[in-house]
Design a protein around this ligand. Sequence first.
Ligand code: 4AD
Ligand code: MG
Length: 469
Amino acid sequence: MVIVAIKQLYNNDNEATKVVTIQGWVKSNRNGNKVGFLDINDGSTLKTLQVVYNVENPAWKQLIEVTTGSAISVTGEIVLTDKAQQPFELKLQSLDFLNLADKNYPIQKKAHSHEFLREQAHLRSRTDTFLAIFKVRNQIAFAIHQFLQNSDFIYLNSPIITANDAEGAGENFIVTTITSDQYEKDFFGKKAALTVSGQLNAEAYAQAFKKVYTFGPTFRAENSNTTRHAAEFWMIEPEVAFADLESTIKLAKDLVISVVSNVLENCPAEVDFFNQRLKSTEQSQDNLMKRLAMLTKAESYKVLTYTEVIEILLKAKEQGKEFIFNDIKWGMDLQSEHERYLCEEVSKGPVFVTNYPQDIKAFYMKANPISQDTPERRTVAAMDLLVPGIGELIGGSVREDDYDKLIANKKQFKIENNDLQWYFDLRKSGFAPSAGFGLGLERLIMLITGINNIRDVIPFPRTPNNLTF
Ligand code: 4AD
Ligand code: MG
């Protein structure tokens, strides 16, 4: 028995073997008086293999009833056809395994809405769309590791259970073994939570290895039911010692360029699939191929300071543009409508926004020198990468290296627990300037595939009131 992936047949890597075994799931079954046709997909490619069987053969009687979704293993001879779409087919010789899917198997050979498929999250991976999404998700994850490994970064597994709220936003999920809130009697003897970011731990290791990155799940009890927020998502957080804002922006840009190029090279069929799909569903979206080509060019990435962005938004307002949040002024947090206006209408591409007001960013960000002209405007050496269709893809900064300023920030940002003392102490332990960022994996997948809901790019999404699978 020579088990062959359908992909290999299409790639012609299999010329020596004529008789092969295929294992997969039935996409469709049609039969007439004499012959029947099964379309089988085995997950190795979006394409299916047509299996031709003789309906009169008593050994294959059960094939007549084979339903969509059934698991099957068949052996047969590969024969060439004259059809361009299906240049070869498998002439059945033996049926090796069959497990029928119920008649009411929900994934049928027709277009299902993404909403319907979210309710079938355990089966949606059998559709073309989800095969394509998760193939690309796999390639993106691999490409990120490859880029960072080739750039001499050390992969660091930061902890999942933690006592710190790295972002200070109070969005932690509590981890407990007790039913009261007497956490001193709890497992760790203190309040514990799922991590919102591995950054603080990564900073400690960057002070030994210079370049490290985390790549793991992060958890936020952020009750915002949007298409871009999940309660559990994956983040990549590079952290570099002896770095500054400029080198961090360059790293973020090089990483995104490298990943997009990698996907274009290694998943052409999937990219083409998304491109066709987007053309027919989203008129306003530009062509996905064009967008991806644009993302591979360094000159597409603009850099603007937060102050410049506010000026651009004020000017737009003057010229008649109305935002839902229309009270544009220095110091406000950028809403996603502003972020999208900026990269979809103004720069028509990705934009790094730098030097945000300190008050709207995290306590660990390094304060910029106070300007003589506008001493009231305190900013930090931060950067966000905003991209068309999504808004914030990356958030990062230089880290505050001054022990006293960090302690002052702790008060200013009302950070109550004391479990960050080790983090502050790093500043007294031979601290080299450190900078890094967090890249949201799901948002990058959305950008590259054109899929517009985060629930559809993670296998089993966790969002408010949603924990079925
Ligand atoms: O901007 P954030 O909150 O930054 C941090 O967590 C820093 N500690 C990163 C660092 O400097 N090491 O999150 C980083 C990115 C966002 O830009 C976004 O892409 C993604 O993580 N993200 C989310 N993705 C999906 N669902 C959510 N609820 C997300 N929150 C953040
Ligand atoms: Mg952010």
